[in-house]
Design a protein. Structure first.
Ligand SMILES: *Cc1c(COP(=O)(O)O)cnc(C)c1O
Length: 388
């Protein structure tokens, strides 16, 4: 049976990813491991295609949030790349991870005990990263809980392989958090020293996310966890400014390139005479005889209703404004001033066409930079295609 065509699709650029990883590795240096963060469905890019692409350009590890994502990564992977779970796992998931050799964060004694038990069942040590509390005040180990975990490890040496010690910064992308992050770096060093004295001295130390890699080089240590930057986005405007101003390449091209594009096609055209409302309600009134293109993408596909009468798409290399309300499965865009539009023409909701581009931040947003949220909201059902 022939496959049905999707109403929209996401394209992932292999070339952009290759360049981003090459650039980031240059910034990080040769030694440290490059852990590619693919939680949130690889920031909306799709775990399966992204893992496939990333393995070909050389990453050492994938970091996911939960066991569901770990399984997706494992299925997509050649099996040669390490997988690390940073967040939620129930008892069964811990058992599964130990069995599969997947490493995971430990941030309480309960999980440590579960891991030790699982290691007993599988006759294979649990591979763990101890997440240390340094000031984010979210899931890190500290105080008596840390003591309990250390005791469990010391009494079960053959069942636990402590692969790493790690922490996460409370917003390295903003100078507003500088004092807090600086304290975290100091605190991390202190806890690492204390643990060393107690016989816990793993191979890997990791703290840096994209923003830390790009603005606080001393946080790189011997492994980094890079998310947003590998997809071609600066973590914040500040991070971008900091880098573009401080590097000698300030007048060259942006070293990070967007991997993702989201596209559809013109479904139909409609002539609407002057003085008529378009689509539901009365929010858009034609001021002249206008040509509308109907695009089969709506809020059910992740095209937010907040873009009603506000968003743009690209058709034939030109910007076309969304007119009227975004419907569940359709939008109307004004193509009156774009010559020769026909059904089947490519429509770009995110990405480039000709010399124009719709950025992810322009796509949703209006005031703040919320690339992370916008990307992860792209529905996982939209098909992803890898392009050169
Ligand atoms: C998401 C996440 C990262 C990656 O952050 P980016 O800003 O996308 O680079 C790193 N570490 C942890 C613990 C995370 O949750």
């Amino acid at each position: 049976m022939a496959e049905q065509h999707p109403t929209s699709w996401i394209e992932l650029s292999g070339k952009a990813l290759r360049r981003n990883i090459r650039y980031l590795k240059k910034r990080i240096g040769k030694g440290p491991r490059f852990c590619s963060v693919i939680k949130g469905n690889a920031y909306g890019h799709g775990i399966r295609p992204f893992v496939h692409m990333a393995e070909r350009v050389g990453v050492d590890c994938f970091a996911v949030y939960d066991a569901f994502e770990a399984e997706q990564a494992l299925n997509a992977s050649t099996g040669m790349t390490e997988i690390m779970v940073m967040g939620m796992m129930d008892h069964d998931a811990v058992e599964w991870a130990v069995h599969k050799g997947i490493s995971f964060y430990v941030f309480d004694a309960d999980r440590m005990q579960t891991a030790i038990d699982a290691a007993g069942h599988c006759a294979r040590p649990a591979r763990v990263h101890l997440e240390l509390e340094t000031g984010l005040n979210r899931t890190g180990l500290e105080g008596v809980e840390l003591d309990r975990v250390v005791d469990l490890i010391r009494h079960n040496r053959d069942r636990v392989d402590v692969v790493g010690l790690c922490t996460h910064f409370a917003g390295a992308e903003s100078i507003a958090n500088h004092t807090r992050v600086t304290h975290q770096i100091v605190r991390y060093g202190e806890v690492v020293d204390e643990l060393k004295d107690r016989g816990i001295q793993p191979k890997f130390h990791h703290a840096a996310c994209s923003a830390a890699v790009l603005t606080i080089p001393e946080t790189v240590m011997d492994m980094v966890r890079v998310g947003i930057a590998q997809y071609g986005f600066w973590p914040s405007k500040e991070t971008r400014m900091h880098n573009l101003l401080s590097l000698e390449n300030s007048f060259k091209k942006d070293p990070l390139q967007r991997v993702i594009s989201w596209k559809s096609q013109v479904m139909g055209l409609k002539q609407v005479p002057a003085g008529n409302f378009v689509s539901y309600g009365t929010s858009y009134l034609t001021a002249r005889n206008e040509t509308m293109a109907v695009i089969p993408v709506g809020y059910a596909h992740g095209f937010s209703r907040s873009l009603s009468n506000r968003g743009h798409v690209l058709i034939r290399g030109k910007r076309a404004a969304v007119v009227g309300m975004v419907n569940m499965n359709m939008i109307m865009v004004d193509v009156t001033d774009i010559n020769g539009v026909v059904p089947g023409d490519e429509v770009v909701m995110i990405g480039k066409q000709g010399r124009r581009e719709i950025t992810v931040s322009a796509f949703t947003d209006l005031t703040q930079n919320v690339n992370y949220e916008t990307l992860t909201r792209l529905p996982s059902e939209i098909p992803r295609k890898i392009v050169e």
